[in-house]
Ligand binder design. Structure first.
Ligand SMILES: [Zn+2]
Length: 275
């Protein structure tokens, strides 16, 4: 999965005074693009490759590479251009530690840019010195990075698993599983039951936790569950969200085009073992 970067280690300790060195990657986002040299092994610019100095903050390290976020969109030498993050995810999937750093940087970028003002009083926020948080200069409210929990559900019916495709497949069309964001007041198991009923009209039982995955592209934390269909296995498709939902036998499960996602991990786990 995208977070499995061993032997490299992700270190998200907060060092507000850290300065970039010549090996550091400077993450420059604009919308859903990032400044990138697709022909380079490091993908992202160093501080000396930026055309002008940028206001930046330390994010985290991956292995011995420190990552910084440039607050104002910066430009770099001619090898760099703004590349869609989704495109990099599909074309550079083998550069897993870089992609994990990219997704996690993007998560923090989205949070920093959407939290410039306080939701309580409208005051300006400034970085906190002791922890990764923003402090409102008007009322003192502390704002922490927002993480959106969601579930991914492997629904099992004997020797088959329910495989879906989304109506809006953005870019590469991959098989998927029933999935959805948690709503207020729900346990993850409640979300599993609700999403399965909404998307494919099935009752489920024996809900069991499998694994999780941080997915910074959608500011998410994905929780994977397997469960068994309870009673009638006839699928009622929610057509605004899904174009396909069908039972696929264990031997016919294909998985996705790369092994970055928890969805793919769950499909291959079912295919290769018992769940
Ligand atoms: Zn405030």
């Amino acid at each position: 999965m995208i977070q499995d970067i061993y032997p490299k280690k992700f270190d998200n300790r907060y060092f507000p005074n850290a300065e970039p060195d010549e090996n550091s990657c400077i993450m420059c986002f604009s919308g859903n693009t990032v400044l990138c040299d697709v022909n380079s092994d490091r993908l992202f610019p160093t501080v000396s490759q930026l055309k002008e100095p940028a206001d930046m903050t330390y994010l985290f390290s991956v292995g011995d590479v420190k990552y910084f976020l440039a607050f104002d969109y910066a430009t770099a030498d001619e090898n760099f251009s703004a590349v869609k993050i989704k495109k990099l995810r599909h074309e550079k999937y083998e550069m897993r530690d870089k992609l994990f750093a990219l997704f996690t940087s993007y998560h923090l970028y989205k949070w920093y840019t959407s939290s410039r003002f306080c939701g309580e009083c409208g005051g300006k926020t400034v970085p906190c010195t002791g922890e990764r948080a923003l402090l409102c200069t008007g009322c003192g409210e502390l704002i922490y990075p927002r993480i959106n929990p969601a579930v991914i559900v492997g629904i099992i019916n004997g020797d088959s698993m329910l495989v879906t495709r989304y109506v809006k497949s953005r870019g590469v069309e991959n098989d998927a599983l029933v999935a959805g964001y948690m709503e207020i007041g729900e346990t993850p198991e409640d979300t599993v039951r609700r999403e399965v009923m909404e998307e494919v009209g099935l009752r489920v039982k024996n809900i069991r936790y499998y694994k999780s995955q941080p997915w910074g592209y959608s500011s998410g934390l994905l929780l994977g569950f397997f469960c068994d269909v309870d009673g009638n296995a006839d699928i009622r498709l929610e057509e605004t969200e899904l174009s396909v939902a069908k039972w696929v036998s264990r031997s016919d499960i294909k998985g996705q085009s790369d092994d970055l996602s928890l969805t793919n991990e769950m499909m291959m786990f079912f295919k290769n073992q018992n769940s």
